[in-house]
Write a protein that binds this ligand. Structure first.
Ligand code: XMP
Length: 509
């Protein structure tokens, strides 16, 4: 596997994904938490950084722990750090170089650039420039603006060290994948056998070993992560996996029943729990978004715990936590730990004395989907849009009543079904309908109406952290609008949300 040292670059996760696309497992650690490099590691990559090596707050890795021990590739800050550390010079460039550039000269002899032609387009993003190379390093490539775009040394250390100023992980570096493949496969000797099938085989084995003859409980949400986690565990331990699927009354129209049927089709041992009234009761009269979230979380735990007590001998609680939830990230504001507990069972494992099992904690979302496909999960489950845990409660602005939920479900079902009908569903990251606490005047036939408005939201995104509103076709929006207004009594106006995130968020609450 490949170790990636993170110096806080916005592209660090992208490096990990590109390596994994080569079917090589990669993991990210903060620059100052280098693990013991046992036989499982084959190469180390140093990421870029928002910092400058010349700054006082520059991040200092223990280079001796990696250089000479394994092949090393430094990217941007990583390259500058290596240059600086081994006696080269790095200085401020007159202007920050940002964007596309072409490799003006590629030394043919370097293994790193095998198969990459002079003129290859690369992506630059840096404010410092490497002026002089350290001893024993040779120049490998330049661009029109930067003399030292790539350099390396094959003999100064026991293993080769390569450094590049540009970002091979960004798609605009057209031969970036080739370069990473040259480094990871050809130079470092990784085998490229980390496929979904291999992951499943290995994980199932590990789960069997870890869980032994014990029983595991898992809360299904209907989303892809918890579903894939359940299928893996089911494959490993069969009916010793017990699944709960709780109906909080805040899902999309007909979704609970539909997903429950899919789960049964997949052979899972599922207890469906109707807790709608408890959730509605806890939400009654509450309009504050955070208090609504808390109320839902609290009831979820109450219901989960009550039902779990009916089972005996459960030792583990399984969760669908994925890699972006657990990566320790280095941020401009200092190293920080981001661990979201969005699986709604916060505090429960400790309280019930259960151990945690998280079979997906090393996977990115798209990898979870591929594993789901390999496990034979139905396509409509794999491709489902993300849906927030608190569900429609945060898409009904203001307080929640069962009547408002029903109204929103009707409008939302029209929107989502039309989206599938028009072949747009898979083109957006997430879509939903928001019930606005606004009434407005309309006219239907000869009658004046005074009814509610809904907003339609659809965004494209890769991780939900940033998002662009989807430029959905006008004829589609027209069809949705007229269908909602003509069919959902109580709604006489439809608007489309054209806000990006940031500064708006995807959800309205
Ligand atoms: P925002 O609204 O913050 O949403 O742009 C980003 C992503 O997170 C989802 N979301 C939630 N998911 N519990 C969840 O499980 C929540 O309280 C919650 N709030 C937002 C949202 O649907 C989007 O995918």
């Amino acid at each position: 596997k490949v170790l990636i040292l993170d110096f806080g670059s916005q592209y660090t996760q992208l490096i990990a994904r590109r390596i994994r696309e080569l079917n090589v497992y990669s993991e990210i650690v903060p620059y100052n938490k280098i693990p013991e490099l046992d036989d499982s590691y084959r190469a180390v990559i140093l990421s870029g950084s928002p910092f400058s090596v010349r700054e006082e707050r520059a991040l200092h890795p223990e280079l001796d722990k990696v250089v000479g021990k394994l092949p090393v590739l430094g990217i941007c800050y990583g390259a500058q750090y290596i240059a600086n550390h081994y006696g080269g010079t790095v200085s401020r460039s007159l202007k920050r170089e940002y964007g596309k550039a072409n490799l003006g000269r590629v030394q043919g002899s370097s293994d790193l650039f095998a198969g990459i032609e002079t003129g290859s387009q690369v992506w630059m993003s840096h404010g410092d420039t490497i002026q002089d190379l350290p001893e024993g390093f040779e120049l490998l490539a330049s661009t029109a603006d930067v003399e030292v775009a790539a350099f390396g040394s094959v003999d100064r250390f026991a293993h080769p060290v390569y450094c590049i100023q540009f970002h091979p992980e960004v798609y605009h570096s057209l031969d970036g994948k080739q370069l990473l493949e040259n480094f990871v496969i050809n130079i470092a000797g990784c085998t490229g056998d980390w496929t979904p099938a291999h992951f499943i085989e290995q994980t199932v084995e590990e789960l069997r070993e870890k869980v032994g003859e014990d029983r595991v409980l898992l809360g299904l949400s209907g989303g892809v992560d918890s579903s894939v986690a359940a299928m893996l565990l089911h494959r490993a331990i069969g009916d010793r996996l017990f699944c709960f699927f709780i109906d909080n009354g805040l899902l999309r129209k007909g979704e609970f029943e539909e997903v429950e049927r899919s789960y049964e089709g997949m052979g899972l041992n599922v207890t469906a729990i109707d807790a709608k009234q408890e959730f509605y009761g806890a939400l009654a009269g509450e309009s504050d978004p955070e208090k609504k979230r808390k109320a839902i979380g609290r009831v979820f735990i109450e219901v989960f715990e009550r039902e779990a007590k009916k089972l005996t001998n459960i030792k583990y609680l399984a969760q669908g936590t994925i890699y972006p939830d657990v990566i320790e990230s280095v941020s401009v504001h200092g190293p920080s730990v981001t661990i979201k507990s969005h699986h709604n069972v916060g505090g429960l494992p400790e309280k019930m004395g259960l151990k945690i099992v998280e079979p997906l904690r090393n996977l990115f979302k798209d990898e979870v989907r591929r594993v789901g496909g390999e496990l034979g999960m139905p396509a409509h489950l794999i491709g489902r849009h993300p849906f927030p845990g608190p569900g429609l409660a945060i898409r009904i602005l203001g307080d929640i009543t069962p009547e408002k939920v029903r109204l929103l479900q009707e409008a939302d079902a029209i929107y989502i079904n039309k989206m599938r009908e028009y072949g747009l569903y898979d083109q957006v990251w997430q879509a939903g309908t928001i019930l606005l606490p606004v009434q407005s005047v309309g006219v239907m036939g000869d009658e004046r109406t005074y009814e509610q408005a809904v907003a339609l939201r659809a965004v494209t995104s890769t991780d939900g952290m940033t998002a662009e509103w989807s430029h959905l076709p006008y004829d589609f929006l027209a069809a949705v609008s007229s269908s909602i207004i003509n069919n959902v009594k109580g709604i006489n106006r439809v608007v489309y949300d054209i806000s990006t995130k940031p500064p708006a968020t995807i959800e309205w609450e």
